[in-house]
Design a protein around this ligand. Structure first.
Ligand code: PMP
Length: 450
């Protein structure tokens, strides 16, 4: 089997996500045969450094031996069992570990298979909580401009990706988006925290006016990952927690992408520090091995659903593969890697190397911003640096960097014109340097006059 053969078969049968399939008339589809550490290898023997952790799921490299072993051990015992009326050891152990690892308020875990489902669950639980308490009229949610929370209908409703919103508008729930604290838009000379405080006024006034209708505010703490890796100061989280308490509104922290050490702390909300009412976890939860997500919440929420059967207050949500034992085993193994190694400290060192190796990018005439939170570093390409004027999206400049990367051993899939690194934590300093070199050369090529 070689690349061409598998690609031909693929294009006859597979419909790929986040893809205009016609692109593959020119853009090569890369069939991967194996992965080890940060490296992926295709059927022709080409290698690619996975700079984006395969959509941010892979924390400790491909094929990590410890996670593999734990899944194998579980596979010999129990592959799956219904989680209603039955339980199993991996679900119990994982719940205990997640409760111990997350902020104190969070004591209960509810499972699903992906981030979007976790968001749906958090939204429904929040709505249902107010209903069970007999507080009428709370049916809406608030989120930030430029947010992304997944692509099922409820999750899409609280997201703010213009194309998706426009396309699916008639199908979506009512929600409000308020101006975000995205530091990219701060005034020259203004600090990120001053800007976040200033932008919080929009949230404050929305809550002041509409809190009686609002169930919850949902945010991606510190980094709007799918929203071009835009970043904001932790002071915003603190102000938000305080306002949610004052106005009687839940705070949902969607850490599907930023959880598990990505931003420099185990969870991004700990940099507030704030304790959310709901914490959504997915992606890196299993180290990138199997689909699993979890929503953590506190005793007050749990208690609002806990009553005699006839009250019909129980939470209504059930996916067939809820708490799959193999996925839970992978998640336990992932958490064990955090327990055994000082991952956060090592990431801090790696983040420093990422910063150093890209310091010169700021001087590039077509780089409008280089921003970083821990193990996420983003480079924003612009047409005009002084005015930070973006390139026309139709020019697909970021795609040029992607193509260049593929020819030079790097998987650097951009977000529009934002090139970013979000590598597995096992990446070496040399590999980070290699990545920075490829990105620089790719950007040089992409930014050429046309
Ligand atoms: N929330 C956030 C913050 C995300 O980044 C994503 C995925 N990019 C999701 C939710 C949805 O997760 P999934 O793709 O697993 O449904």
């Amino acid at each position: 089997m070689d690349n061409a053969e598998l690609v031909a078969r693929d294009l006859r049968a597979v419909w790929h996500p986040c893809t205009q399939m016609k692109d593959h008339e020119q853009l090569p589809l890369i069939p991967i045969r194996r992965g080890e550490g940060v490296w992926l290898e295709d059927f022709d023997g080409n290698r690619y450094l996975d700079a984006i952790s395969s959509w941010w799921v892979n924390l400790f490299g491909h094929g990590h031996p410890h996670i593999r072993r734990r899944i194998r051990r579980q596979l010999d015992r129990l592959e799956h069992v219904i989680l209603a009326g039955f339980t199993h050891e991996p679900a119990v152990t994982l719940s205990e570990k997640l409760v111990a690892a997350t902020p104190r308020r969070l004591t209960r875990c509810f499972y699903a298979e992906n981030g979007s489902a976790a968001v749906e669950i958090a939204l429904k639980m929040s709505f249902h909580y107010w209903k069970n308490l007999g507080i009428p009229g709370k049916t809406e949610f608030v989120s930030l401009h430029n947010s992304y929370h997944g692509e099922t209908l409820g999750a899409l409703s609280v997201g703010d990706v213009e194309l998706y919103k426009k396309t699916y508008a008639p199908l979506l729930l009512r929600s409000r988006q308020v101006a975000s604290p995205d530091a990219y838009h701060r005034d020259a000379g203004e600090s990120e925290s001053d800007y976040a405080e200033r932008q919080f006024e929009h949230m404050e006034s929305t809550l002041a006016r509409h809190s009686e209708r609002i169930c919850a505010v949902i945010v991606e703490p510190l980094v709007q990952c799918a929203g071009f890796m835009r970043m904001y100061d932790p002071v915003y989280l603190k102000l938000l927690r305080d306002a949610c308490d004052r106005y009687g509104v839940h705070l949902i922290a969607d850490e599907c992408a930023v959880g598990f050490g990505r931003t420099g702390s185990m969870f991004a909300c700990q940099q507030g520090p704030v304790e959310p009412d709901f914490l959504c976890l997915a992606k890196g939860l299993t180290g990138g091995f199997l689909p699993l997500s979890a929503v953590l919440t506190g005793e007050n929420v749990f208690a609002a659903f806990y009553d005699d059967y006839e009250t019909l207050k129980g939470f209504l949500h059930s996916h067939s593969y809820t708490g799959n034992p193999l996925a839970c085993a992978a998640a336990i193994a992932t958490l064990e890697l955090f327990e055994r190694n000082d991952v956060i400290a090592r990431n801090r060192a790696l983040a420093g190397v990422m910063r150093e190796t890209t310091a010169h990018f700021r001087e590039h005439p077509h780089v409008g911003d280089v921003r970083q939170r821990g193990m996420i570093l983003a480079i924003e390409l612009v047409k005009n640096k002084d005015r930070r004027e973006p390139y026309d999206w139709r020019e697909r400049r970021g795609l040029e960097v992607y193509r260049y990367g593929l020819r030079h051993q790097a998987l650097l899939r951009p977000l529009g014109n934002v090139v970013y690194f979000m590598p597995p934590y096992v990446i070496s300093e040399d590999e980070l340097r290699q990545l920075a070199d490829v990105a620089w050369e790719g950007i040089q090529l992409a930014a050429k006059d046309r």
